[in-house]
Write a protein that binds this ligand. Sequence first.
Ligand code: C2E
Ligand code: CA
Ligand code: CA
Ligand code: CA
Length: 276
Amino acid sequence: FLPMAIILSLLFMMVTNSWLKRKSSFRDDIRRGIDRDEFTVNYQPVYNQVTGCLSGAEALLRWQRPNGSWVRPDIFITAAEDEGMIIPLTRHLLQLVAKDCVNWQVPPGFNLGINVAAEHLQDKDFVADIRQFALDVAHLNATITLELTERSLIRDGAEVGRKLTTLRNEGMKVAIDDFGTGHCSLTYLQTFPLDYLKIDKGFVNAIESVDGETPVLDAIIMLADKLALKVVAEGVENAVQMEYLKKHSVMYIQGYYYAKPMDNTALMQWIAQQNA
Ligand code: C2E
Ligand code: CA
Ligand code: CA
Ligand code: CA
């Protein structure tokens, strides 16, 4: 009887274990990925078309599994958001960036873009996390820009607004990411303290000629101007798009045409070239 009970309970454990494992596999994978240093950060330079210089860079997470394959960021970020792992993952990213940038020699006013998830913004430790990061990278004298999506401003508006005001008073900037794709009302534009609108690449894609018209893009540029927000155009892939944006006074350009996301070593070379 005893061996039978042991075998049965072992079986039971194996079954529930594999069920639990399947249910939380991504969660565990991400946690293990953090512990085993599978995440790295790429940086995409941003160009200021008025000065003709590098103006900053956006930090973008990368995940390479032990078998060598890469997981797409939109996949693992969404999974991390769905499974309660986005806050630990973002804290990990902040640590990776702080390590990467020890030897950077950035130009004055360099802007360091960090993507912030809605859940983190709502978290009680959000302000403390960002402050710690600001201390960790203080030697850079860079400006930290928090990139938020429209969606993340819907919940707990007043509280989120207070947090952003606090951080802005300490020198940080706030950007709305993927602007125009959030299916949101625009009232938040009047109530939140903001600095930048990042125009989603979908609108930039619509540019077909320098003299053509892209009504939605043009309206967004006008809106930003009225609100005294600076504009970053994302996903700029060719000279025509670049020219069009220049003609319409869009100051900041981010996209493959100027630079693709690159690893830390390549970024340091890129910055050195700019300074030369
Ligand atoms: P995003 O914040 O809108 O980042 C810009 C995305 O556009 C990046 O994709 C970048 O590689 C891509 N991109 C830049 N220039 C061009 C271009 O000229 N053409 C095209 N087709 N694409 C361009 P990536 O790195 O795959 O990241 C996808 C998304 O994953 C990001 O979109 C962001 O929402 C999320 N993400 C990435 N890293 C992080 C992170 O550390 N934290 C959070 N919360 N989200 C992240
Ligand atoms: Ca972004
Ligand atoms: Ca974006
Ligand atoms: Ca995006």
